[in-house]
Design a protein around this ligand. Structure first.
Ligand SMILES: Nc1ncnc2c1ncn2[C@@H]1O[C@H](COP(=O)(O)OP(=O)(O)OP(=O)(O)O)[C@@H](O)[C@H]1O
Ligand SMILES: [Mg+2]
Length: 253
């Protein structure tokens, strides 16, 4: 379980707040999608969970333990993380990138290679072709898939995923979303998944937390949010894609 209580973060000494009195719970085995417009505080929230950013106040617990009382390195090794904008190490091969946490945990070279190949297959990249490549030799979408493979390589119980499928075409994105759902059901991962894509949120989420201006506007199941939006912002957020689709079909007719 991941829990946040009354968490705040300001980057300008308290004039404005990227995250503002935010509380939420992610239950065991659940995927909570953080959904919201650009700049609403999604990445900042995620980074506070594994201490890439320290909160100004509030309390964050992972597995019942206060994150501020844990060694940041140990904490980060125990939680899979995909960075927004990929964040691969440019001087390391794809295989080394994927297996970096395994190396830090003392796994043998052979174990790391085997796992890297397995992970590449899972994200639909040919191990033969990509194992020894460097990130710069890959397309943006391929790099993004390596980022997902890296987050999953050590089989962590907790996953923090920051727009992991953002740079992918619709077909690859769909394939990886299905893989994600399968994996989640098989291994009972507890996940915070950030996206600003409403359809992706509806496909992947057990519950959705709609964020706006550093706060949570509403948290609930898809049905609760679609049927009983808690604010005009939530109503508009979900109404927009449906309207656009309707306009498109009207224009074609
Ligand atoms: N290191 C930083 N220094 C100063 N301001 C920051 C920093 N990181 C984030 N911010 C600000 O905090 C706010 C929230 O940023 P955050 O990255 O959490 O948004 P986000 O919801 O992830 O947006 P996006 O969908 O564009 O990725 C923004 O106004 C941003 O400019
Ligand atoms: Mg972000």
């Amino acid at each position: 379980m991941i829990q946040l209580w009354d968490v705040c973060k300001s980057f300008d000494g308290g004039k404005t707040f990227a995250v503002n009195h935010l509380s939420l719970t992610v239950f065991e085995g659940e995927t909570l999608v953080l959904l919201g417009t650009s700049g609403c505080g999604k990445t900042t929230t995620l980074k506070m969970v594994n201490r890439l950013i320290e909160p100004d106040n509030g309390r964050i617990e992972v597995d019942g333990k206060n994150v501020l009382q844990q060694n940041p390195q140990d904490l980060r090794r125990s939680i899979g993380y995909t960075f927004q904008g990929i964040g691969l190490f440019p001087h390391m091969t794809v295989a080394d990138n994927i297996s970096i946490v395994l190396r830090l945990c003392g796994k043998s070279r052979q174990q790391r290679r085997d796992r890297a190949r397995e992970m590449l297959e899972m994200v639909e990249l040919d191990p033969q072709r990509f194992t020894n490549c460097y990130p710069a030799q890959l397309s943006g979408g391929q790099q993004q898939r390596v980022g997902v493979a890296r987050a999953l390589a050590a089989n962590p119980k907790y996953l923090l995923m920051d727009e992991p499928f953002g740079a992918l075409d619709a077909l690859t994105r769909d394939a990886l979303q299905q893989q994600f759902l399968k994996l989640k059901n098989e291994f009972q991962k507890t996940v915070i998944f950030v996206t600003h894509d409403i359809i992706e949120a509806l496909i992947l989420a057990d519950r959705i937390a709609v964020m706006h201006g550093g706060r949570i506007e509403q948290i609930g199941t898809k049905t609760e949010i679609l049927q009983k939006p808690a604010s005009q912002f939530v109503r508009n957020l979900f109404a927009k894609p449906a309207e656009q689709l309707k306009d498109f079909w009207t224009a074609l007719a």
